[in-house]
Design a protein around this ligand. Structure first.
Ligand SMILES: [Zn+2]
Length: 703
């Protein structure tokens, strides 16, 4: 995220002072008294018999219990991709820029947005990278990478532990509490340290987390969604994680006080009533999950409802077909050239994983898969050596559309570079969290000591089940490029435990067999099938999730008028109400696109033809779209020559999109029939994935 817009003094008139709310403890006390009392469980009580339960569990039990990072190993194509991250940006970013070389060292950093005392932008940007690289190190069991990142995190832990009580992770500034932007950046370091504790069990890390969060300010910031002000309230998730491991009541009290601050409580009350505004998308995703994160501890159902209503609103107004909202950097409506900041992809996956963990609904798995397999892959080059700040459903050039009038972060916004946009380094930091965050959440523990297959892909999970019996479950599959997933279950000894299998919401006719015998079980209200049996080594489960082409029918909308000032550089016509009809093609969790071949991620083939409208046949079950498959490549790098392709009916027409008019006003007439080959969106660097439509494809409805 380009914090220059709210970082005082950095870039002049567009800067906006971060709002920090100050409210005395005297005001807070009566509010706390009104909260329902949900006493946390204490060490030694019933959760001692639940694998993966924390020493302190909330009164409202979250549906799933996350496994420690490293419990799930990626395999197959997913391991190839994770390994290329290791060999590319994730493994080497500190060698490429001072922000990542010197962030969190408490020294001056030769980088944009850095303050002389070692704070400012680099705290945020390098914490993103440190967190992502640490998690990738756990996921790949990569000791050299773990050693490199620990050499950066251990001094923070030591610095805090040596400091007086009341220190923050910015330990080199004794006596000062992080505010505004520094508090936001602080929360990102808090997350990295929680992961470090989860992956190592190192008590000194927990000691540091407790020391910081037992005395963290309760006035850490607001939760407003409409503007661009970052909030330190994002410390709530590392705080509550720290409390769940430590039981230090001061931390829980502070978290509950922070969410009960009058301005925060008022904002949350307004969300379900439509009081939502299209603000900065990273902040939006980070903030909307916060009441849900607190909900198990507060027991206040309004907290969960607030989060759910905000997600729903975002889906309706700003969700792009690849599963993440637009954010340039503010919410920008729906459209073929609307852009999504790579930080938004990371923030969306983070937010959805919290909702999934708390609510347990398989639809959160559907959302995460769609975002990960599509929006997660598109902004990084096939060799993971370069990435881009913005992606967009349609990308024709790297110097113009979709970035004809680049304003924020600048002209490099849609180009691939080792640092993304070299002048604003958030996205190249945040990118590194995407793969490990997905892998870590592919399997989760359940309160009845089973395991839940929450996200699919080739992987092996090693975990405890039943009465603490180690089990390994290997998922052999090319999913989502294939429809079959074979699970091999290998408990250390015969053990009874439930295996919960998510049935994707798009799948109408799933088939499940256990040791070759078809199982007929309907999914439960959360979308999971439960296989509760005594498992022995060598048991096999086969999942078959048949996919079919699905057309996503929609309209390009105008830019939100609320952000007219922010987008003052855009033509006035973009703010006029518009409903430009369009279609996108989904197949299972994958979005499909017409690829424009590229010589490299910034050089499209200018001869390639892409001026087509989709001419699908509504009367046919498959809409006239056929599927073509070929073997998976030996090494996975999101190839244009994809193993799964769709052939779709189209009509060539004279289409000359501009930034202000990406799509025709209405369905176009059939003039020159053609069949176009579509590939997974994530395999393309230039593409069309929001298509104009013909009158046949659109049907009789008015546009
Ligand atoms: Zn960013």
């Amino acid at each position: 995220m380009n914090v220059s817009r709210r970082f005082p003094g950095l870039l002049g008139p567009q800067s906006e002072v971060v709002k920090v709310i100050r409210i005395s403890a005297l005001v807070v006390a009566p509010l706390l008294a009104a909260l329902p009392v949900w006493a946390a469980s204490h060490p030694g009580s019933e959760q001692a018999n639940i694998n993966y339960a924390r020493p302190c569990e909330p009164g409202v039990k979250p549906a799933f219990l996350p496994l420690p990072p490293g419990a799930v190993d990626p395999a197959g194509w997913l391991r190839d991709w994770a390994q290329s991250a290791r060999e590319g940006i994730t493994g080497h970013l500190d060698e490429w820029h001072p922000t990542f070389a010197d962030g969190w060292k408490g020294v001056p950093i030769a980088a944009a947005g850095a303050k002389p005392d070692g704070t400012g932008w680099p705290l945020e940007q390098s914490a993103y990278w440190l967190d992502g690289a640490l998690r990738l190190g756990f996921v790949l069991h990569d000791e050299p990478l773990l050693k490199k990142i620990r050499a950066r995190l251990d001094p923070v832990v030591e610095g805090v532990n040596k400091a007086a009580f009341g220190a923050s992770f910015i330990y080199w500034k004794p006596g000062s509490k992080p505010e505004g932007f520094d508090s936001w950046a602080h929360s990102q370091m808090g997350r990295a340290l929680v992961a470090l504790y989860q992956g190592t069990g190192d008590k000194s890390v927990l000691d540091a987390l407790v020391k910081v969060y037992a005395d963290y300010p309760t006035n850490m910031g607001g939760i407003a969604l409409g503007g661009g002000g970052v909030s330190g309230l994002c410390n709530l998730d590392p705080m509550l994680e720290t409390y769940s491991y430590s039981g230090d009541r001061r931390i829980l009290d502070r978290a509950l006080q922070a969410i009960a601050m009058p301005d925060v409580a008022n904002d949350l009350k307004a969300w379900p009533e439509g009081g939502l505004a299209p603000g900065h998308m990273v902040i939006f995703y980070e903030n909307i999950r916060l009441p849900a994160v607190v909900y198990p501890w507060s027991g206040d159902a309004r907290h969960l409802q607030a989060a759910l209503s905000a997600f729903k609103w975002l889906d309706q107004h700003h969700l792009l077909p690849y599963g993440v909202a637009s954010g340039e950097e503010f919410a920008s409506g729906i459209g073929a050239f609307r852009k999504t900041e790579t930080c938004d992809v990371t923030a969306m996956l983070l937010a959805a994983s919290w909702m999934y963990r708390i609510q347990g609904g398989g639809d959160w798995g559907d959302r995460m898969e769609r975002a990960f397999f599509n929006a997660g892959a598109a902004p990084v080059a096939r060799d993971f050596q370069t990435m881009c700040y913005y992606q967009s459903p349609n990308r024709l050039r790297s110097d113009a559309l979709p970035c004809e009038q680049p304003n924020c972060p600048g002209p490099e916004g849609s180009r691939f570079h080792p640092l993304g946009c070299p002048s604003v380094l958030c996205c190249v930091g945040a990118l590194n969290r995407i793969i490990p965050h997905y892998v870590i959440h592919m399997w989760m523990g359940t309160r009845d000591n089973g395991l839940a297959a929450t996200l699919y892909g080739p992987s092996t999970v090693s975990a405890l089940v039943g009465p603490g019996v180690p089990v390994k479950v290997t998922a052999t599959t090319d999913y989502p490029f294939d429809e079959t997933i074979r699970l091999k279950v290998e408990p250390a000894k015969a053990a009874a435990f439930p295996l919960y299998l998510r049935i994707p919401g798009w799948c109408q006719a799933p088939r499940i067999t256990v040791n070759g015998t078809r199982i007929k079980l309907a999914p439960d209200h959360r979308g999971f099938v439960k296989l509760d049996r005594k498992w022995v080594k060598g048991d096999g489960v086969e999942l078959y999730f048949p996919m079919k082409p699905e057309l996503l029918r929609g309209h390009e909308t105008e830019f939100p008028s609320a952000n007219r000032n922010y987008f003052g550089f855009e033509p006035a016509s973009l703010f006029q109400p518009r409903r430009l009809p369009c279609l996108s093609v989904l197949y299972g969790p994958l979005l499909f696109a017409l690829p424009i071949p590229d010589a490299d991620p910034n050089t499209p083939n200018r001869e390639a033809k892409w001026q087509y409208a989709l001419d699908t046949a509504p009367e046919l079950r498959n809409s006239g779209i056929t599927v073509a498959r070929q073997p998976m490549p030996a090494h996975w790098n999101w190839p244009l020559n994809a193993p799964l392709q769709l052939n779709a009916p189209a009509q060539a027409f004279d289409w000359q999109p501009t930034d202000a008019q990406a799509l025709p006003d209405k369905p176009v007439a059939a003039t020159a029939p053609a069949t176009i080959q579509l590939v997974p969106y994530g395999c393309t660097r230039f593409r069309i994935s929001i298509f104009p439509v013909t009158t046949r494809a659109w049907g009789s409805d008015s546009p």
